[in-house]
Design a protein around this ligand. Structure first.
Ligand code: ATP
Length: 438
């Protein structure tokens, strides 16, 4: 994992937030390549959810919401982790931190950081929502929260979307946006952060059909991940046990990936029943039931939720792509992204900076840039330039050499097979387009 973290920084995928000030705990910034990677994942999700389907609409709800939303959703009362403090070193831990030996609150418990025995307090509930104030007066009436999940923005807009889009049940609403949680034991790079992005889709169905829709969405989501190029043997479902089930859920599955630090969830498929809509109906006093025009039945729809983290999915894609291999006695580090996800689609290199090569290389770079994110590199030996692009996961390396200025052909090096083919320069855009599609 350390190698991936240092590559991510070296190549401009991910930087620690406010690094020049010593960093801000578990908050990360995406650099030039990271922002492209994450954007490609989000666009792919949006296209498959919203554009490719006729039964899902898009939404972009605000991060700030009426404080009653969090009362209705249960986050104000229940969105809490039990925590323990060390009275000696002042560190704070989740009560279920596996490093804690003994029972917190008892003399046998040992602090995992300073090693003191008996210094850990009994567990206390700690709310994970970030609190702030709206308007000029910082009093209780002005308290609002940064949303800890995007889902509630969808529920409170359910009627607006239903009526304006003229959808009928079953249908879904999809949203991509930031969420914030004041996590206590964050860590593992971008896996658990305090500010993150979610890609959530809430699918509203008739009660009684919820089991069948849960199965359909489970299959759809797994297939989507496999289509991203993630190795299927690194993916699995974990069904929530009765102890793990959230208070609103009837049945729930995590999709887990085998990270270098073990199997962990990065997406969930949940049957949230009618809990959220029923609670919003109760707390807002606004009727949220659905009239089925065919059967004249009235009901509050059940919700099947697919909830993915854009950052965790990007981390999965990065971990899965990271490869070290031996090429002719030399170590090669390469990110084998599926070409459609790669931040840079191609890099253009003049073999040497003379004899008309830079001019032709620049012309090709300008041409390709109209269609793809492309990089121009004329620094250092060609071998070093290839290696830099391997580390960036760029699928195609285009080199302008002596022959190119004679016959207008270039070599195209394939990142994975290392094979080079000669391609006529006026066919380059089509060549790259075809390869990206295939
Ligand atoms: P965990 O058990 O890891 O805290 P969760 O079960 O609370 O996660 P959900 O509330 O189901 O997670 O959120 C759905 C998705 O949002 C997660 O699968 C994950 O991809 C993402 N997510 C949740 N919390 C974080 C976080 N602190 N940092 C990054 N991504 C997160």
């Amino acid at each position: 994992m350390d190698k991936l973290v240092s590559l991510a920084k070296r190549r401009g995928f991910v930087f620690q937030s406010s690094e020049i000030y010593g960093g801000l705990g578990s908050v990360w910034d995406y650099g030039p390549l990271g922002v492209e990677l994450k954007k490609n994942i989000k666009e792919r999700w949006w296209r498959s959810m919203v554009h490719a389907r006729e039964d899902i609409e898009g939404l972009d709800a605000a991060i700030l919401m009426h404080p009653k939303v969090w009362e209705a959703s249960g986050h104000l009362a229940g969105f809490a982790d039990p925590l323990v403090d060390c009275k000696q070193c002042k560190n704070r831990f989740r009560a279920d931190d596996p490093r804690i030996k003994g029972t917190p609150g008892q003399p046998d418990a040992q602090c995992p950081v300073c090693g003191t025995k008996g210094s850990l307090t009994a567990p206390r509930q700690f709310n994970l929502m970030f609190k702030t104030f709206m308007g000029p007066v910082e009093d209780q009436a002005a308290v609002i929260f940064l949303r800890p999940e995007t889902a509630q923005g969808i529920y409170v807009n359910y009627l607006n979307v239903l009526q304006s889009s003229r959808q009928k049940i079953p249908f879904g609403i999809a949203q991509i946006g930031k969420a914030f949680r004041n996590e206590i034991t964050p860590g593992n790079f971008t896996f658990r952060t305090r500010e993150f992005e979610q890609m959530e889709m809430q699918f509203f169905v008739k009660p009684g059909t919820d089991g069948e829709w849960l199965e359909r969405w489970r299959a759809e989501r797994m297939q989507w991940l496999v289509d991203l190029g993630i190795r299927p043997e690194k993916l699995r479902f974990h069904q929530h046990t009765p102890q793990e089930l959230a208070h609103y859920a009837k049945e729930a599955y995590d999709i887990e990936y085998e990270f270098p630090f073990g199997w962990h969830e990065f997406e969930g498929v949940h049957n949230r029943t009618d809990f959220d809509l029923a609670r919003h109906q109760q707390f807002s006093g606004k009727k949220l039931d659905y009239l089925d025009a065919g059967t004249n039945e009235r009901y509050i729809p059940y919700v099947i939720e697919t909830s993915a983290g854009a950052d965790r999915t990007a981390l999965v894609v990065l971990c899965d792509a990271y490869t070290e291999e031996d090429v002719e006695g030399e170590k090669r580090v390469v990110l084998r992204f599926q070409p459609s996800l790669a931040p840079l689609k191609a890099a253009v290199f003049p073999l040497v900076n003379k004899d008309g090569m830079p001019e032709l290389a620049r012309r090709l770079y300008d041409m390709l840039r109209q269609r793809f994110k492309v990089f121009y590199d004329d620094g250092g030996s060609i071998g070093r330039r290839y290696r830099r692009q391997d580390e960036a996961g760029t699928p195609f390396g285009i080199t302008v050499d002596g022959q190119s200025t004679q016959d207008q052909t270039v070599t195209v090096r394939d990142r994975d097979t290392l094979q080079q083919v000669r391609v006529a320069s006026d066919r380059l855009t089509d060549y790259v387009t075809d390869k990206l599609a295939g």
